[in-house]
Ligand binder design. Sequence first.
Ligand code: IP8
Length: 246
Amino acid sequence: MILVKLGGSIITNKQKPLTPNLSVINKIAAKLKKIREPVIIVHGGGSFGHYWSVRYDMHTTPAKYNKRGVTVVKNSMVELNKIILDLFLKNDLNPYCLPPTDFMFGDKADVKKIKEITKIANDGFIPVLYGDVLWHGKNKFYILSGDRIMGILAKVLKPRLAIFVLNVDGVYSDMKTKKLLYEIKDHKTAISEVVMDVTGGMARKIKEATMISKCGIDVFLVNGNKPERIVNAIKGKKFEGTVFRG
Ligand code: IP8
């Protein structure tokens, strides 16, 4: 089984609020059709969920956020999720929508429910999960990122490999020359090398990728504008991107 995270930066246009990258989602869906192994998809918020989270100053830390903010973030994620489900359907895939409330209790993962996701994938569906705003208890809410969901799933399900689909080629050691790091084996060195040059988003991905690879799982970071790279990573072919060796 394979875990794939579709980053918000690739499935939406982050410069334009509430704008999906329909052609990219469509091309990725067409490539997923070629995969003969159970796949679980997780997607991010991009110019849908992140746009509203920033407007309402909502973060991953549980707090009493603006109620309207909670509602519009949630609503925007449902909207983006529906766009993805529709394009998967159009490409003859069988998406199975799973909002995080289906497998989380507050900020705790429901391990039984998470194990069920593999069974759904084994039955020929593509479970589609996504980052969202979640109730934490006592009127507090928090943003659960898709990257965090990847870490939670990987720990329980131990997939054959995990892939983060981005809008860049992978992890750059140097943002000026855009020198790509092809393979990261020594995780501590990798993080200290790149963290000063990356955005918060990339730093978070590196953190989750490192954690997942420490469970013995290979983690690939690939550019979704070249969706054949996703297939190459899955089929063990030569590909362009960054691998965190498990
Ligand atoms: O794009 C965030 O998920 P991410 C989801 O994976 C929301 O960080 C609601 C902003």
